[in-house]
Design a protein around this ligand. Structure first.
Ligand SMILES: NC(=O)c1ccc[n+]([C@@H]2O[C@H](COP(=O)([O-])OP(=O)(O)OC[C@H]3O[C@@H](n4cnc5c(N)ncnc54)[C@H](OP(=O)(O)O)[C@@H]3O)[C@@H](O)[C@H]2O)c1
Length: 368
């Protein structure tokens, strides 16, 4: 008889983002206990406070593993705020890695397809040399390098085009615009893989468990690609959203293909965001589901239970121990928008900067 597995105790850094909320929702289903630590208790703009706050929360939870889901994710805005982007995406993860090292706990960190240069059509592998085209991608790459350098007991999951039932993202934005317009122009020459934050959360929890259960297996550590199976363009993604929405009686608009060159944005975006996920499959036995099926799950939530978009899972702490302040708060409130992405939907962003309308109604994808 196999002994029941002990619950994995996970400290999530970042409380109200898409991935943080998805982790909180999925953790109980994956046999994990999770607590989220976020603003204002943990502020990435003050790196000196990160170590003490994380170490205190990890000890309180008796955390087995730390997952960093916090980041500066405003791709275009980062061009004008490079110091802030680097503070949140590089200096803060470095402090987190140092705290994880101090605690002797594995750290999972999330990164992005935007570290790659976007040339060609072949999927990027983890061995390819990064060549970020924009400040956001550059800041994320610096974070990846710092985490690996400071704490080898870490795994970095690079993902792409994240959407979820929570907060602002490309899917939500399409549904909103579909209710306002009959036609939208969307870029069709950026190709990548839409990734449900719920699927990514499952993958993170599974990788976290593997790191805890097989501490001497170095093959489980390092950089991995983790995104929805299959690829499409932003225009293809938009069409799938509208087809799924129409089938559920929701809003839909016609999609007109346009080229990235016809829709300049502040930050350059890679045309080729295809990620080879073979390493995650080979070493962790994980393949995320095809993006179309996962989109259906999220559309069901958004259209059949529209209040989901406003709902916080009430399981940020799923055992009887006292919740950390951020965890307890998350159980009560609607997610706060990250300060970095709060105010305006910037033209053509996907998540967490939602694809935003310009007066002409053109949409350039471009996830963080
Ligand atoms: N979204 C995408 O399309 C995409 C694509 C590739 C990779 N990624 C990566 O995936 C990860 C999660 O992204 P996401 O989509 O979940 O982002 P998100 O929804 O924008 O959430 C960002 C998180 O960062 C936190 N945060 C922002 N400023 C902070 C600060 N000063 N101090 C502490 N926390 C702060 C937010 O906390 P509050 O909610 O408390 O404000 C929130 O939890 C990030 O590493 C991102 O780079 C995302």
């Amino acid at each position: 008889m196999t002994a029941p597995r002990a619950p994995l105790r996970v400290l999530v850094i970042g409380a109200g983002g898409q991935v943080s909320l998805s982790l909180m929702e999925r953790a109980p289903l994956q046999g994990a206990v999770v607590e989220a630590l976020g603003l204002p208790e943990l502020d990435f703009t003050h790196p000196a406070g990160i170590g003490p706050a994380v170490e205190a929360a990890a000890r309180r939870l008796d955390a087995d593993v730390l997952i960093n889901a916090a980041a500066y994710t405003a791709v275009d805005k980062a061009e004008d705020e490079p110091e802030t982007a680097r503070l949140l995406n590089a200096a803060a993860p470095a402090e987190l890695a140092a705290a994880a090292a101090q605690l002797h706990r594995p750290l999972l960190h999330i990164s992005t397809d935007y570290v790659y240069g976007g040339r060609g059509t072949a999927p990027w592998t983890e061995r390819d040399i990064p060549f970020p085209l924009n400040i956001y991608g550059d800041s994320k790459l610096l974070g990846d390098l710092a985490v690996q350098d400071i704490w080898p007991d870490s795994a970095i999951l690079r993902t792409s085009w994240v959407y979820s039932p929570f907060g602002n993202n490309f899917v939500n934005t399409m549904l909103r615009l579909g209710g306002e317009r009959s036609q939208l122009s969307v870029v069709n020459d950026q190709v990548g893989s839409p990734t449900s934050a719920l699927d990514l959360a499952d993958a993170l929890l599974s990788v976290g468990r593997a790191l805890v259960e097989r501490p001497h297996d170095y093959r489980l550590r390092g950089v991995f690609h983790a995104c929805g199976a299959g690829t499409t363009s932003w225009a293809g993604f938009a069409r799938a959203v509208f087809a799924g929405s129409a089938a559920r009686g929701g809003p839909a608009a016609g999609v007109i293909d346009i080229a990235t060159a016809d829709y300049p944005t502040r930050a350059l975006r890679p045309l080729n965001s295809r990620l080879d996920t073979g390493k995650l499959a080979a070493r962790h036995g994980l393949t995320l589901p095809p993006w179309q099926g996962s989109l259906s799950v999220v559309l069901d939530r958004l259209l059949n239970e529209p209040r989901d978009a406003m709902k916080i899972p009430d399981n940020s702490v799923s055992d009887s121990r006292p919740a950390g302040s951020a965890g307890a708060e998350a159980g009560r409130q609607r997610p706060r928008r990250p300060t970095a992405t709060l105010t305006r939907p910037v033209p053509g962003q996907s998540t967490p900067e939602p694809a935003a309308p310009r007066p002409r109604g053109k949409v350039n994808g471009g996830s963080p």
